[in-house]
Design a protein around this ligand. Sequence first.
Ligand code: ADP
Length: 318
Amino acid sequence: MIRKVAVLTSGGDAPGMNAAIRAVTRSGLKMGLEVFGVYDGYRGLCEGKFEKLNRRSVSETIAKGGTILGTTRLPEFEQYETRLLAIEQLENYGIDALVAIGGDGTYRGALALSKMGVKVVTIPASIDNDVGGTDYAIGFETALNTIIEAVDKLRDTSSSHRRCSIIEVMGRNCGELAITSGLAVGAEVVICKELGFNLEDVLENINQASKVKRHAIVIVTEKMVDINELAKAITENTPFESRATILGHVQRGGKPTPHDRVIASLMGAKAVEALLEGQNGVCVCMVDNKIIVRPIEEALQDNRNTVLEKYNKFKMLW
Ligand code: ADP
């Protein structure tokens, strides 16, 4: 029987994590559970940084970006001995189950804990939308909005000056932010892991665009190309002068969109429901617009390439 539940955020932060913490807390309290927040992810779990939460603890957090519980990376958590420290702390506080909010790394840590006997449920949060087993991870839409807002502003000035704007976005291992933002801003070129990079094709597309437009937009994920070199090549080989902008960590912040708040709230409540039903070692997922749970192990092996599917669907627009 579950009486005390702990919640933590881990790995990369994502807007909407607070809405998920709030939902776990409020729905847990409503179901008669005691709820504890764990500060600083798995590190805080090992160090016993727990705080009992009440309704007020999560008041006015739904609209806040970041995570009120903080997050860290703890590579040592891959070691059995480190996880034993976490289990010791959970036992000290008499915690019966843990909700971990984060990405694939967080899922692997949670799975390892569950194999050691801890009851765990995970919730997907990642601005890259690269968490296995779910169509949607909390934070993606907010990050997308941030990118689109920035590109729309760059477009105004690049159109005035007859420029090509190159915008570097996050998502080195998953190009969904790049492809979706490219689609939403009408970019000439998207460069990401799934679509690859070919300079000749890029120049050809931009030269074509220059015949009919006063500006061009290139969206590229980090680590794919040196964007200053790319800007130089575009300036030298097309009618456009090119400027590069790295959006960087601004993409992680900001008020979560209504969609992120709602999905995070539904997922948080689902995590508590799953624990009370006796589920363990499972993750909350959105599949075909339904919030379900499935085994973490299965989710981590899910190799669906939805990014390419999305690209192929809209390819004719590029
Ligand atoms: P994300 O959850 O956003 O993918 P990370 O990949 O950094 O972020 O993972 C977050 C944390 O999860 C790591 O710092 C580590 O503590 C834990 N973790 C990652 N992989 C494993 C693993 N194989 N075993 C145990 N813990 C892991």
